[in-house]
Write a protein that binds this ligand. Sequence first.
Ligand code: ADP
Ligand code: ZN
Ligand code: ZN
Length: 804
Amino acid sequence: MYAEVIVDVAAYPIDRPFDYSVPAPFQPLIESGCRVKVPFGNRQVLGFVTALKNETEVPLEKQKPIGELLDIQPALTQELLALTKWMKRHTLCYEIDALQVMLPSALRAKYEKILRIVDKSVVLPPAVQALFQQKESVELQAGESKELLSTIKRLIKEDVLTLETAVKQKTAMKKVRIVQIESDVNQLQTIYEQVSNQAKKQKNVVNWMIAHAGKRIVSTDLLKQLNISNAILQEVIKKGAATIEMEEVYRDPYADRTINTTNKLALTNEQDIALNEILRSYNAKEAKTFLLHGITGSGKTEIYLQAIERVILDQKEAIVLVPEISLTPQMTNRFKERFGSLVAVLHSGLSTGEKYDEWRKIKRGEVNVVVGARSAVFAPFQNIGLIILDEEHEGTYKQDDSPRYHARDIAIWRSEYHKCPVILGSATPSLESYARAKKGNYTLLTLENRPKHQALPEVSVVDMREELKNGNRSMFSIDLAEAIKLRLDRQEQMVLFLNRRGHSSFVLCRDCGTVVECPNCDISMTYHRHNERIKCHYCGEESQVPTICPECKSEHIRFFGTGTQKVEEEIARLFPTARVLRMDVDTTRKKGAHEQILQQFGEGKADILLGTQMIAKGLDFPNITLVGVLSADTTLHLADFRAAEKTFQLLTQVSGRAGRHDKEGKVIVQTYTPEHYAIQFAQHHDFVPFYNQEMMNRKQFAYPPFTYVVLIQFTHEDVLMTAEYAHKAANWLRGNLSSGAEIIGPSASSISRLQNRYRYQCLIKYKKEPELPEILQQLTRMYRTDWMKKGILMSIDLNPSSIM
Ligand code: ADP
Ligand code: ZN
Ligand code: ZN
């Protein structure tokens, strides 16, 4: 028996299956989708069995056997294996990348360096000997000293030692130590008498065990309860009073959360119509895609819940995708409240082990619903009845690096496989999706009202140029400052929104205008007040704030602009009584911090929640009556054809945070370009007119959805090499694509240097190019066989979410 195996080596000549022989003991167990350890070159690597067969063309002397079978149940289902083939073709990724992205990180390959003694006749230097102690092989740690490493290097050269790479496969299952107390009371009595009277603690423990004979208790709990050390427990165990067993448990990230149950709500007419359409298609087993366009707070989630309820009744499964930042406890609780333990949650805040446990619950069919971020679209359910993408317009549904897939495409592929509907939900659908719905490719469902007909909040736009003319140099306009005061007096809560973390908090010379940039990335360094340092958010470069300008030697160099910290200080100055909670990348780095801040705000422990993008979504607190956007301009001036769309979406989302309940809400947007249509239409909550206007612009400049875009990026440490190969590729494309395709560039990317590599890009814009997949495959082949060796890195991104 032979297995076709895709190995974990992402390089072109290797992007195909290799045949391995299957040793007899594995033959009854192995299936496609199983992970294996196989020898590859002189290494051990992880691989995925993609097929089994009885013959191979590999000559006998060259055949190698599978080293180890890592799964008894295949890690990947047949469906997911088929999906990887599709992803390889449609995103131009390596098959191994597609296979790995579907698994929780606990099951992905990790390698360790194993150092082994080959020539035992040689006496090792003491430091090396100490490393090995009595063993023949040890894991080489990254932290070994330079001297030791150079000695080791020499010994490897002299064939005394070898260094091997081995697949690390720690079991990721969590096990706890259970103390199984002896059930025979008489025996415990005997032990009690044997323990000497001096060993008081031991006597106490055995005494306690007599009262709890036959019981099982988690070891750490027992130690805590009896207030004894592990050594005491071990003594008692040695005497036979108990035994230790390991027991597998699920880590429960929600262990200390109380969850109430909710019942379904009586639907409004609009909701009812939408749900019925979805259920009709579900019953008919149609792979139909619905675009559910409903204003913020119109009850889209209630429709999801009721559709899922039906799916669960049929013992089928549902996948709910939510953008990472909306995956708040408030959001996931709504699912847990309705469906209890039938819900698994997958998000980046979980530890590797917690994620693995949630994944296993899905795999074993112990849950029917998964709520998760992008990669949850690969949940290994086998009987899917419904897939939902909430906030379908979000750019984070597209993965930025290989495999560059869009969760929406994967969802639709899986819905065709399982013959079930997909719901794309949004208050501000992407232009692409709305256009598809208008063409009839998707079925449009609309919710125009909120269930209790709460009004959408009033949005006022403040012209910051006028403020400056009137002598107001503060970052708060008169209107916003007054609105904040009023809320403080009334003890209502507010959200202040700053587009990007520290985006303008850079260090600037007032004399010559020099801005301190990262030496590796050509991007402004961000000023961090708490330690008086500047940091590059792309590569992590960090240094002290310069005291003199590096260009003109002026001493008038200091930080400038508005980071969340700066706003916080300004608030403290203008509104000394206000209690502020800040939520940005810096304050949410610790696990659970995000959740904690929201909880504090929900409990009314602050008046103002100040934050970045992170707070634009998912928040739903009854006491919020004011939302302030400090500067709408930052997104509006992104160098991206989606800038207007992104601004409209963002303003609509943040506005949606106010007045969701009984109290009326107000939104104030500050901007230097109040006349822009994205701001105007967002102010009036007018999606359709915005869509029409934006479609006209896209048509005029031939941008998506009127065309398709492919972004090809090149990087190299040498700027000339980068430019040369970018030109080479562009010229080659010009010669091979039809005249209908437009090739823009190459030009330096807007981030022209990142982590010491220069970046160039070119764009392909086309309407219809049937040969494109084949042509891009050819380009990829040239790159992988030739250019890659010269240090060029090329990436191809079909339908990129941003072209920066
Ligand atoms: P969306 O997902 O569209 O933003 P939600 O589903 O969060 O909207 O609904 C907004 C609020 O309206 C929630 O508090 C929800 O409980 C409530 N709601 C939804 N549907 C109904 C209904 N049919 N009757 C009463 N309240 C509803
Ligand atoms: Zn200067
Ligand atoms: Zn940098």
